[in-house]
Write a protein that binds this ligand. Structure first.
Ligand code: C5P
Length: 305
């Protein structure tokens, strides 16, 4: 590999729960979520170049200026008055929009790679700050593993990793823009009681992840299932095929099934393979350690761990 070229994986996330606590004065919603990085991933190759350019190989994801990676690099270049460019190629596997943080992950990984390519040596705090301006899920991808997200989703705290070896992500071919999904939530869909104690309640609830009693609940699920029967039916297949828990990720359209064996999971995958317009991905959770290794981060590096 040439020195002025960096290739990195860009992992997807799922939301093990997602509680929408209410509207904020800035127009965003206050959230409590448990994020988990998973093995489904895109690949980013970034090279030194005169200008900034982005090429994505997926027909549904734009190349050029409207790609979030382009915005990320322009933001970084302008902020640090860099007089160099970068060309990025994205090999896309993560469905978009999927509720899987694909674009956010690409933006985070591009910031990380460009910070190396341009010798900026930014620490995690600096990257998180720039990332949060680009999207609510971006900061998570500077942490990885199992993590709590609060505020807009940008305040990320790492928690002990949970090991989920047999996940099946099923993504029906339905386009749900995130902003639209939030606007569809009525007050009856929101988690009531915005007092501090509700956050404590959810924080305490994370312990149940490690004893198998966690409530995998997503406040978007009711509204999204009502509006898109294909998504509800997909979830129904995962339940019928023996998943111990089935839930929507983000604002959809992806649903996740947790299975207790590879065998059960593959029979669910076979059933879904016979349905049109559903992409299926057998994946496993990616721990912090593994996330760090794959992105070339190590504890003690200037990245801030
Ligand atoms: O931050 P991001 O670009 O992912 O958000 C997309 C849209 O989703 C926002 O414009 C907003 O309408 C909505 N959103 C929200 N509350 C959040 C995150 C996103 O209302 N916490």
């Amino acid at each position: 590999m040439m020195l002025n070229e960096i290739a990195l994986p860009s992992f997807a996330k799922i939301n093990l729960n997602l509680r929408v606590l209410g509207m904020r004065p800035d127009g965003y919603h206050e959230l409590f979520t448990v994020y988990q990085t998973v093995s489904l991933r895109d690949e980013l190759v970034i090279r030194e170049s005169r200008d900034i350019s982005v090429i994505c190989d997926h027909p549904d994801v734009p190349s050029g200026e409207s790609n979030i990676v382009h915005k990320a690099l322009v933001t970084l270049r302008d902020k640090y008055r860099i007089e160099r460019g970068a060309s990025v190629t994205i090999r896309k596997k993560i469905p978009s929009p999927g509720g899987l943080g694909g674009g956010s992950s690409n933006a985070a990984v591009a910031l990380l790679a460009a910070s190396r390519l341009w010798s900026l040596d930014l620490n995690r705090g600096q990257l998180v700050k720039i990332g949060a301006e680009l999207g609510s899920d971006v900061p998570l991808f500077f942490y990885g593993g199992t993590a709590i997200g609060t505020g807009r989703g940008t305040l990320v705290e790492q928690v002990k990793d949970v090991d989920l070896p047999f996940l099946l992500i099923a993504s029906p071919d339905v386009n749900i823009p995130t902003g639209q999904a939030f606007r569809k939530l009525g007050s009856e869909d929101l988690t009531k009681n915005r007092s501090k104690s509700i956050l404590k309640h959810y924080r305490d609830g994370v312990e149940a992840l490690y004893s198998g009693r966690f409530e995998f609940e997503n406040d978007f699920q009711k509204v999204i299932f009502e509006q898109f029967p294909d998504i509800e039916n997909t979830a129904g297949v995962l339940v019928a095929e023996g998943a111990s828990n089935v839930f929507l990720s983000g604002s959809g359209p992806s649903v996740v099934g947790i299975f207790d064996s590879a065998l059960r999971r593959s029979s669910a995958q076979e059933v879904l393979a016979n349905r049109r317009g559903i992409d299926c991905f057998p994946v496993h959770s990616i721990s912090k350690t593994s996330y760090f290794e794959r992105l070339g981060l190590s504890p003690g590096q200037s990245f801030g761990f």
